[in-house]
Write a protein that binds this ligand. Structure first.
Ligand SMILES: [Zn+2]
Length: 441
């Protein structure tokens, strides 16, 4: 675990001024051009919010750098357009302010090569913050993959259950969401479920995913079922069918009778085994199943007819569409305080996973580092983040590659009007501050 160390008061060392005129372009290595995913693009829009005219994104391959850039812009837009909401207070400070007791932001290099920052407050919102959400869900997905691998190595079986229901345009998000939660609670307390649980040694990890489409908000459940008793879909067809029928019957009955919602017979309840394609395939399938549950918006966050809430925010960055911004505000309000994850009692302990960390704890965890690239004054950092064109992501991308690219990164900041002074210190990495800031003594 690492964090930015406060600058040593004796470590002033040499300093050199790097003031440059605030003109576009500049020399050195330019940040890589944006060629990105995220669907239809409208470069101009009369209602576009004030985002300092970010470049539009276009179709292409979603790389880590591009994902970071899109997430950066989306978070800036969300902070700007939802910042007045009580539900978004923490998000407003996320990635902007230092943690208590620290003096500088630090840029670290991960063993995989990429650059990232430490020392900043994080909001930990899996629903509203694209940056925290990605980090938390990646960690959850990895843990799920481990859970599946452990369970299978002990001879157990794992199934992926998906439960969906009818919803209509204009229906409040909270209404459908609460119904889905209610029906799951109904199922897991029903004697038929408890009987299966005892007979097969069954436990579950339940996550909820929400999309928005022609028929409004669409929350649905992804559930990983773990059975101690090995159940093969073909060799043990009656048992497999009984699992499927139990969930189907209870889900449909409660949805129809109690909430007046239809369930499509074709895909309302879907149960499938997490496959095992031999020894080499197990790890891959475990990982895939874990990610399928944890990273539901990873498939670029959209289908032909619906969008993940983050895809709505990404679209709003491109188009400034006020309807999309309104939708995202509805999303922030409706999702606030809801739990994305739920483990059945005792399953984590059985798999030796220990206590579950909260989303906030996972978002605040510091990654591995092999090198501290530089530190940055809090004031300069705020200026970088507040430019709202994804300058934070562009800055980090320049520093991603091996070697000393600090000059290029400073050049990038200068091209956006941020004049930087580099303080070389007798020990530790260089410190960056604004040219109008006093040197720290
Ligand atoms: Zn956050």
């Amino acid at each position: 675990m690492t964090g930015p160390s406060p600058s040593s008061p004796t470590a002033v060392g040499r300093s050199r001024s790097r003031e440059r005129p605030a003109v576009g372009g500049g020399g050195g290595r330019r940040p890589e051009p944006l060629s990105v995913v995220m669907g239809t693009v409208s470069a101009t829009h009369p209602e576009r919010p004030n985002l300092n005219d970010p470049e539009p994104v276009s179709e292409g391959q979603l790389t880590g750098r591009v994902r970071r850039l899109i997430a950066d812009r989306a978070r800036a837009l969300i902070a700007e357009t939802c910042g007045d909401m009580a539900e978004a207070v923490k998000l407003r400070h996320c990635g902007l302010h230092l943690r208590f007791g620290l003096h500088d932001v630090a840029v670290e290099r991960h063993p995989d090569g990429y650059a990232y920052t430490t020392g900043l407050q994080t909001c930990g919102s899996v629903w509203a913050c694209p940056i925290c959400s990605f980090k938390v869900r990646m960690k959850r997905a990895t843990e799920l993959a481990v859970a599946i691998a452990i369970h299978r190595s002990r001879g157990g079986s794992v199934f992926l259950l998906t439960l969906t229901t009818q919803h209509t345009w204009g229906e409040a998000l909270g209404s459908v969401w609460s119904d889905v939660q209610d029906v799951w609670a109904f199922i897991t307390s029903h004697y038929r479920y408890r009987k299966l649980k005892e007979e097969l040694g069954m436990g579950f990890v339940r996550t909820i995913e929400v999309m928005h489409g022609h028929n409004g908000w669409h929350p649905h459940l992804h559930v990983l079922l773990f059975t101690d008793v090995a159940v093969d879909r073909f060799d043990d067809a009656p048992v497999f069918d009984r699992i499927a029928k139990t969930f189907h019957d209870l889900w449909v009955r409660r949805m129809v009778e109690h909430h007046g919602r239809d369930v499509k017979s074709s895909y309302g309840v879907d149960l499938r085994p997490v496959k095992d394609d031999g020894a080499d395939g197990v790890g891959m399938y475990c990982t895939k199943a874990g990610y399928e549950v944890a990273m539901a918006d990873g498939k670029e966050g959209r289908t032909r007819t619906s969008r993940h809430p983050f895809a709505i925010a990404y679209d709003a960055v491109d188009t400034g569409d006020t309807a999309d911004i309104g939708l995202f505000r509805e999303w922030v309000r409706g999702s606030h305080g809801r739990h994305m994850w739920s483990w059945s009692q005792g399953l984590r302990q059985k798999l030796g996973l220990g206590d579950e960390k909260t989303d906030e704890e996972l978002a605040a965890e510091t990654d591995e580092t092999i090198e501290r690239v530089c530190t940055i004054s809090p004031r300069l950092w705020k200026q970088i983040v507040m430019t709202r064109i994804g300058l934070r992501a562009q800055f980090l991308s320049v520093l991603d590659d091996e070697g000393d690219h600090l000059d290029d990164a400073i050049e990038l900041l200068a091209s956006h009007g941020l004049l930087v002074v580099v303080e070389q210190r007798s020990s530790g990495p260089p410190r960056l501050r604004g040219s109008d800031e006093p040197r720290r003594l």
